[in-house]
Structures are given as structure tokens and as C-alpha cells.
Design a protein around this ligand. Structure first.
Ligand code: PEP
Ligand code: MG
Length: 544
């Protein structure tokens, strides 16, 4: 490898911020030379026993990881580890490795690489993005088993010095658990789109991050000094003194600005012409809610509740939903909380609802379309949310509305469930505007909705015809493109008296706040670490 000096690599930002630190290059165990050898027939039982021990160890480790992550983050990642445990208990998988050992007379490492490699390729070649992601799960499990067989009892990220900039080709779910425990100054990954797991987590935790930096690993070694620019999406390797000094000055200014913003983050955000704009948080769990409160959130503008439904064997009960959601929003204490009905579809199957695969899942049965086809799934949520509304100031929002009928049907279901439970007052019901069709007919939809909440991530993907998760077309995925803004302005005008807010990632970009307010947005909901800077941007802007 040839470490280059003072070279700047361009990528794309996945999480705002600036960082200076020494690189910690994460070397994947898969890429190392592992002991792989052939064996004699009489050694087969010995290999089975080694494999058995490794499986037991990994199962114990997975359960520990799940507990640890749930304690720290209470996040969906905990469920991923539980699902990995289930996969490893699958006898068919294990038998395939045993057969490979016996038939090919090879040690466990070699058999395991071969079988897991086959499964990984199989998943990755599938059309569905979800099945492609299962390839990551398989790879992650294989790594854990290989580590255990090699007698490596700690994850190499545990040895990462605090304050490092983590550099990796790709990060898998098991790697990301270490972000919450150790202080990582920044993250650079060669591959992965802005919608990837790792990108969402870095933003949610407020760690600066850059991705799409091809060939970076060829030019970096552990210990190299890096300047990570999560504002412009760039990484400088081994900077010269002048470059370091300029970067330090920018960092000082940026973080002084952030500190200033934080000082006032618990005050309301009022524009220069006197309009108060609630700046709310996007959350998915209790930890997010706590960070939101620390950062001065005026409430929750989007609670994504998918975590309560995915990676389970059976549908959650009404009781489980009431307990889970109520527990997560305790830190909000009386502040308004907007809860979105389950947003899943053909690309995110529920294990207890086997569905036929769809040829084009993102244009398929997503969000409200799915709920209207499975009324029992809708009813259990409405019942739970009505019960929660007795204790909390909540609003319900409906994902993926395309036509006015979508809202009318959910409204009818809410009225019916309210009647069944004997409720006289029902929480407000809002529509998420995430498709160009809904945006263009915002007047009709506003007439039957209490609020309009713009999901700019999906609105961008459908307007620009560029998949959110598709790293090949990320250049088309421009949420600040004039076509997206024209739709926002149209919604702002046509909504008339119905309040309009925005909860996609666009709302968190401080330099867009002025344009968003001018387009008529009167509530901004953003990842918790961005609340102070967005409030500050509101104070500098005019609403009219
Ligand atoms: C959006 O689409 O902008 C949104 C807020 O919802 P999600 O990102 O969960 O699809
Ligand atoms: Mg959406």
C-alpha cells in the first residue's frame, strides 16, 4: 500500500460535522488469511465439535449484543441480533456446513466460508432489496463464527483508540454496536448510500460521516492523520500543516456555532418576522427521545414505529404496542408526539404475514396501501394509539398517502374504533405527503386531514425517479432540486388552513430552512442532534 500525503478524496456526506483524528482501518476478518486445511476422515468428529463450540459461543455473544444494544439504544439493531440467533439455530444451515466438512474433508473454517459464501451470493443476486440485505446478515454471522473459530474473543473495533476516525470498506450491523459505546470522532465508508443502516445511525448519533470514497482503503493505514469533512463530503489524508491549520479554524468556528446554538436550543424558535416554528424530533426509540429532549425538541414530529413490528415471530398485541410506545415517549413529558402508522410493504416483509413478492416493491403495496389490505393490522394500531392518547398529547399520521380515498378510509377506521372503545374525542389525523400525486392534489387531501406532513425522502425518490437506497443513482436523489421545491410550494399554497410540516432529511439542512419556511412549512422535524442548528436557522429566517 502506498500512503499518499495531503490528498483530498471526495465522497458524499452521510452525517454533518467536522473531525480530525487518526485513522483506524477496520480490517474485516473475511479478508485475512485464515487457517484453511484439509483433514482426514477420523478428524471429522473433531471438526464438528469445534463448529459446535463456535456456534454456542456466537449464540451467547449475539444474545449479549442484543441486550447491550437495547440497553444503550433500545434500537432495531437489537432485533437484528436476535434474528441472527434464529438464523444460526436453523438446522438446515448447520447441516450444510457439516456435509461440506465430511464430503470435502476440510476444516470448519473452509467449510464455513464456502457455505456462507454461497448463501451470501444467493441473497445478493435477488431482486428484492430486503433479500439483498439478508446477504449482509449472512456475512455478519460468518464473520462472528470465523472469529470464534480463530479464538479471537474480542471484536477488533473494541481495540479502537477513543477519538479515532473509523475507516472501513463497509460496516455491518454487529460493527455498529461499538459506536454507541466508544467515542468515535468520525466514520468513513467506501461503499454505502445515504439511506444505509450505517448512515442513519451516524446521523441519529451525531457522528460526522462520509461515504462513496472508492479506493480509499488503498491510500490509508491505521494511524494516518485524517481531516474528515462531513459538511462537504471529503476526507484529507496526511494533511500538511497549512491544511491542518485551516481545518482547525473551520472546526473552531463550526463547533463554536454549534455550542451557541445549543445554549438557546431550549427556547422556542421564532423567525425574524415573529412566527414561532416548532422544531421537533424524528425518533424510533426511547434513546432518541432522550437525546431529543436534551437538544431542546419541541416535541416529536415523526415516531417511526416499525421497530415494534419487524423481526418478530408474531404480530405485537395491542397491549405490547401500548407498553412499548408509551415507554419510548416517557421523556417527552407532555410535549406533542406524532406517531406514524406502520410504514412497511413489499420490500420489508413481516415474518408472520408471508406475502407474495412484488416486482417493484417501492411502487407497490407500501404504507397505507398495505394497512388497508390488512385491516386487522390497522385496527390493532388504532386501538393502541387511542389508548395512548388518554395519557399523551398525540397525533396519528398516515404514511404513503396517494389519493384522498386513502385518508377517508383510515378516518373511517379511526371513527369506528373510537366508537367501539367509547371515545368521544379522537386524536388528530394527518396525512404524509410523500408522492407527487398527493402533493399535486394537496388541496383535496388537506380537506380531510388535520395536518399535512411532508416526507421529503420518499417525495424526492418518487419525483426524481431515483431509489433512496440505490447508491448508483445517488446523484439524482436531490432533495433540494427545484422540482421538489415546486411541489413543496404547491402543497404550502393548496393546504390553505391545514398546517403543513416537513419531517424528511431535507428539514435538517440548516441552509434550506429559509426556503422551506417561504414554501409554507410551519413545523420542522429532524434527527435529534440537528435540533439546535435548525432552531438557530429558523431564528435567522423570515417566514413570509
Ligand atoms: C420520508 O419519506 O421523508 C419520511 C420521513 O419517512 P421515511 O424516511 O421513514 O420513509
Ligand atoms: Mg417515507
Amino acid at each position: 500500500m502506498n500512503t499518499r500525503k495531503n490528498i483530498t478524496f471526495s465522497g458524499i456526506s452521510i452525517s454533518e460535522g467536522l473531525a480530525v483524528g487518526r485513522a483506524f482501518v477496520f480490517q474485516d476478518i473475511f479478508e485475512r488469511d485464515l487457517e484453511a486445511y484439509t483433514i482426514e476422515m477420523e478428524q471429522v468428529d473433531g471438526e464438528y465439535a469445534r463448529l459446535e463450540r463456535a456456534i454456542e459461543e456466537v449464540l451467547a455473544d449475539l444474545s449479549l449484543s442484543a441486550d447491550r444494544v437495547e440497553e444503550d439504544l433500545e434500537s432495531a439493531i437489537g432485533n437484528i441480533f436476535r434474528a441472527h440467533g434464529e438464523m444460526l439455530r436453523d438446522v438446515a444451515f448447520i447441516n450444510e456446513i457439516r456435509t461440506e466438512i465430511e464430503r470435502e474433508l476440510v476444516n470448519s473454517e473452509r467449510a464455513l466460508r464456502c457455505v456462507f459464501g454461497r448463501w451470501e451470493r444467493k441473497f445478493r443476486s435477488m431482486d428484492s432489496d430486503v433479500f439483498k440485505l439478508r446477504g449482509d446478515d449472512v456475512a455478519d454471522l460468518a464473520r462472528r463464527l470465523l472469529r470464534s473459530l480463530a479464538g479471537l474473543h474480542s471484536h477488533s473495533l473494541e481495540r479502537m483508540p477513543s477519538g479515532s476516525i473509523l475507516v472501513a470498506q463497509k460496516l455491518l450491523p454487529s460493527d455498529t454496536t461499538f459506536f454507541s459505546q466508544r467515542s468515535v470522532a468520525g466514520i468513513v465508508v467506501e461503499h454505502g448510500g445515504p439511506g444505509s443502516h450505517c448512515a442513519l445511525l451516524t446521523r441519529q448519533l451525531g457522528i460526522p460521516g462520509v461515504t462513496q470514497v472508492p479506493d480509499l482503503l488503498d491510500s490509508i493505514k491505521t494511524g494516518d492523520l485524517l481531516l474528515l469533512d462531513g459538511l462537504r463530503g471529503a476526507v484529507t489524508v496526511a494533511p500538511d500543516r497549512a491544511g491542518q491549520a485551516r481545518f482547525s479554524a473551520r472546526m473552531k468556528q463550526y463547533y463554536a456555532g454549534s455550542m451557541d446554538a445549543k445554549k438557546h436550543s431550549h427556547e422556542s424558535a421564532v423567525t425574524r418576522d415573529g412566527v414561532t416554528i416548532p422544531v421537533m424530533a424524528n425518533i424510533g426509540n426511547r434513546h432518541d427521545a432522550e437525546t431529543a429532549v436534551e437538544n431542546g425538541a419541541d416535541g416529536v414530529g415523526l415516531f417511526r414505529i416499525e421497530v415494534f413490528f419487524l423481526s418478530r415471530k408474531i404480530l405485537p398485541t395491542e397491549e405490547e404496542l401500548v407498553t412499548g410506545i408509551s415507554k419510548a415517549i416517557i421523556p417527552m413529558k407532555g410535549k406533542p408526539v406524532t406517531i406514524r402508522l406502520l410504514d412497511i410493504g413489499g420490500d420489508k416483509p413481516l415474518p408472520y404475514l408471508p406475502l407474495p413478492p412484488e416486482p417493484d416493491p417501492f411502487l407497490g403495496r407500501r404504507g397505507v396501501r398495505f394497512l388497508l389490505d390488512y385491516p386487522e393490522l390497522l385496527d390493532v394500531q388504532l386501538r393502541a394509539l387511542l389508548r395512548i392518547s388518554r395519557e399523551h398529547d398525540i397525533q396519528i399520521i398516515v404514511p404513503m398517502v396517494t389519493i384522498v380515498d386513502d385518508m377517508k378510509k383510515v378516518r373511517a377506521a379511526l371513527d369506528r374504533v373510537g366508537l367501539e372503545l367509547g371515545y368521544n374525542t379522537l386524536p388528530p389525523l394527518g396525512a404524509m405527503i410523500e408522492t407527487p400525486a398527493a402533493a399535486l392534489c394537496a388541496d383535496e387531501i388537506a380537506a380531510v386531514s388535520d395536518t399535512l406532513n411532508i416526507g421529503s425522502n420518499d417525495l424526492t425518490q418518487y419525483t426524481m425517479a431515483a431509489g433512496r437506497e440505490n447508491a448508483f443513482v445517488y446523484k439524482y436523489f436531490m432533495d433540494d432540486h427545484p422540482s421538489v421545491f415546486k411541489l413543496l410550494q404547491h402543497i404550502g399554497r393548496e393546504a390553505k388552513q391545514t398546517p403543513v410540516g416537513i419531517c424528511g432529511e431535507l428539514a435538517g439542512q440548516s441552509n434550506q430552512v429559509q426556503a422551506l419556511l417561504r414554501a409554507g412549512m410551519r413545523m420542522l422535524s429532524v434527527p435529534p442532534p440537528l435540533i439546535p442548528s435548525v432552531k438557530e436557522a429558523v431564528r435567522q429566517a423570515r417566514a413570509m
